[in-house]
Design a protein around this ligand. Sequence first.
Ligand SMILES: C[S@@+](CC[C@H](N)C(=O)[O-])C[C@H]1O[C@@H](n2cnc3c(N)ncnc32)[C@H](O)[C@@H]1O
Length: 276
Amino acid sequence: MPTVPPVESRRPGQDIHRLRQAAESFGIDAARYDRTRPPYPDALVQRIVDGSPGPGLLDVGCGTGIAARQFQTAGCTVLGVEPDARMAEFARRTGVAVEVATIEAWDPAGRMFDAVVAGTAWHWVDPVAGAAKAAQVLRPGGLLAPFWHVFQLPPEVAEAFAAVYKRVAPDSPFGFSRPVRSALDGYEVLLAKAADGIRDAGGFRRPERWQFEWEKTYTRDEWLDQLPTTGALTQLAQDKLAEVLTGTGAAIDTMGGSFTMPYTTVAVTAVRADGP
Ligand SMILES: C[S@@+](CC[C@H](N)C(=O)[O-])C[C@H]1O[C@@H](n2cnc3c(N)ncnc32)[C@H](O)[C@@H]1O
């Protein structure tokens, strides 16, 4: 069964975070992104808040502020760091403070935080440099918690999407047809890279993995509204994107026009080592 986006570079040895055009392409339609991407499970947000020594939180790659607003609602004071000025501007309009930079290049100017999070963004970050920056800005006992939505498309829809994508974008660095047992298996490389990066950066206790299972039912139109926000599609020409949407939509039609998607939101967490 094809894996789902974002997975990994199709070119052996190429790290996905080096694909900078794709990494900073989400602002092409920030409003669509914010409207269609699902929020994160409340249980994850609360566990991060409970596991942090205070309310000061840095949201790496905050995008339009989807996670940032959830953490604000949970009582945190949030600063976002976001390299795409279009995403940053959207987040600011919703009440999130944002500085425009990659996390690797961002200057914390001596500021310290109780938690560093990243919602579906850490795979665009150099895993060692990102973790080292997190270690630099975390207070003792502070929590680093990058997390991702992992979703399992129905096989019919995944196959149809992968077939059209391969046809319209044969040279794309993204691949979706690697056989795996489950969507989470398809994320193993990405999750292991995050944990390895934390270990290699130093300054953290042993990384842990947290998982939260949930599901969401999509109509055809709802999924086709969200699909263009995928990193592999944001730079596709309009006619090619239309082909992807038509092919994917036809597969959803054969399923009766809607489907229920199992989601696992998975976090790789680590506590700043010199804490209590
Ligand atoms: C898939 S979006 C996730 C946005 C948001 N966190 C969410 O959960 O909806 C990934 C975000 O990471 C940002 N990004 C890419 N490379 C980054 C880097 N090196 N440092 C910080 N953010 C980065 C992108 O601009 C984009 O807004």
